[in-house]
Design a protein around this ligand. Structure first.
Ligand SMILES: *Cc1c(COP(=O)(O)O)cnc(C)c1O
Length: 417
């Protein structure tokens, strides 16, 4: 991590904002850059985690063993959900959710355009059509009024994204879903451990999807999970991750059965036991890591409030935020510098500024499709030109946070000089 280290030229070319940062930070003016570049996200793997993985590697079960179920139960507890199905990535969990609800060609799923492409790709993989809608300007969460306006007789699901770690306002979304007979799904890849009015993410939608990519709250290398209170959804997702085969090998072994039925067209989306052991070990540290993320975010909040032309995203009342991303919004006129220039400047100082996200309907694959021509998302399109994600991960030191804040303050001063 980071996977790509763009050259300064790449990073500064209009519209191309990549993960990563220059390998060797360049000194800007009189300010000494950081000796070590600070990424926007990074995993934390300690000796306990390593030992947990090694223990499984020395044992009998590398995959489809007991650790998978243990990890599922542990995530279900955190997410206040009845059922959990571990899979090989957040993307696989999204795909399994689409399969679980029986999505088919001709169906439509409403989702915000300001998200990672995988959210929409899952819909397309299921043969259905994504309906891209706009986001709220303050929170960048899916706009309920836009959802309402996008409902058609073909709408099968509303897929909200807990952008930056803040749960979507599920009340209005649930009401719309109930009225039109749609399923409410949460892409909670950013929000493991978040709460809304005392209820955990995982209990707010019919189906909720998590990712354990190294940039997320906890990691299994690659990995994901689907949680739900519906046993039929969980059963279908479980079949889907195992080639569409009914039942599992443990049950067959117990009953002496040697044949099995493949009843659906599934995939191999299984999570291994050593990944599950890593996830279990990581999950124990989630509360402390979320607390650290919130403490860093609080320091950014205080600093950003003092800089003209920058603002933080708003947080809905009653929300306990997971703080996956810390996103600032640049008002180029008031700040005296464009968003793109600010990113180049921060990266030049070794601060891994990033953008989440380019609206999905503007990516070449989607731009060529008819549903994108129909998308009306002026807020997402405008905000995508103004947002910057600052580094935020539990392993950041207070000194790292100071460096980010100082770099922002220098940029503000330089912009006005
Ligand atoms: C990370 C992420 C995904 C995909 O998860 P993977 O585990 O990387 O497949 C999907 N949606 C959102 C919003 C994400 O941030």
């Amino acid at each position: 991590m980071p996977p790509s280290a763009p050259s300064d030229r790449e990073a500064s070319s209009a519209g191309s904002v990549l993960i990563g940062m220059p390998k060797t930070p360049r000194a800007s003016a009189a300010n000494a850059p950081r000796r070590q570049a600070l990424p926007y996200a990074r995993q934390l793997v300690d000796e306990d985690d390593v030992q947990a993985v090694v223990d499984v590697l020395r044992g009998e079960w590398l995959t489809t063993g007991p650790k998978v179920g243990e990890f599922e139960q542990a995530v279900a507890r955190v997410a206040q959900a009845q059922h959990a199905v571990a899979v090989s990535s957040g993307t696989a969990a999204l795909h399994a959710a689409m399969f679980a609800i029986g999505l088919k060609p001709g169906d439509e799923v409403i989702l915000p355009t300001l998200t990672f492409a995988a959210t929409a790709n899952a819909v397309v993989h299921a043969g259905a059509t994504p309906r891209f809608v706009d986001v709220d300007e303050g929170t960048l969460l899916i706009d309920a009024a836009a959802v309402e306006a996008a409902i058609t007789p073909r709408t099968q699901a509303i897929l909200g994204v807990d952008y930056a770690g803040q749960p979507c306002d599920s009340g209005p979304l649930r009401a719309i879903a109930r009225r039109c007979g749609a399923v409410l799904i949460a892409d909670a890849c950013h929000s493991l451990g978040a709460m809304d009015r005392g209820r955990a993410v995982g209990s707010l939608a019919d189906l909720t999807v998590f990712s354990f990519h190294p940039a997320k709250a906890i990691t299994t290398g690659e990995g994901g999970m689907l949680v739900t209170s519906r046993s039929d959804y969980a059963d279908r997702a479980r079949r889907f991750r195992n080639h569409g085969i009914d039942g599992d090998h443990h049950t067959r072994a117990a009953t002496g059965q040697w044949f099995y039925d493949m009843v659906d067209l599934g995939l191999n989306y299984r999570l291994t036991d050593f990944q599950s052991a890593l996830g279990l070990s990581q999950l124990r540290k989630l509360p402390a890591w979320l607390a650290r993320r919130r403490a860093i975010a609080a320091r950014y909040d205080a600093a950003v409030a003092e800089i003209a032309g920058l603002r933080a995203l708003s947080v809905r009342s009653g929300v306990v935020h997971a703080r996956h991303l810390y996103v600032i919004v640049v008002d180029a006129k008031a700040f005296g510098m464009t968003r793109d220039d600010l990113i180049v400047r921060l990266r030049g100082e070794g601060i891994g500024a990033n953008v989440h996200y380019r609206p999905v309907h503007l990516h070449p694959f989607y731009a060529a499709r008819p549903e994108s021509a129909a998308a009306r998302c002026p807020v997402a399109e405008a905000m995508a030109q103004r947002i910057v994600s600052l580094p935020l991960f539990p392993r950041m030191s207070d000194g790292d946070v100071d460096d980010v804040i100082a770099a922002l303050q220098r940029a503000a001063k330089g912009a006005r000089a």
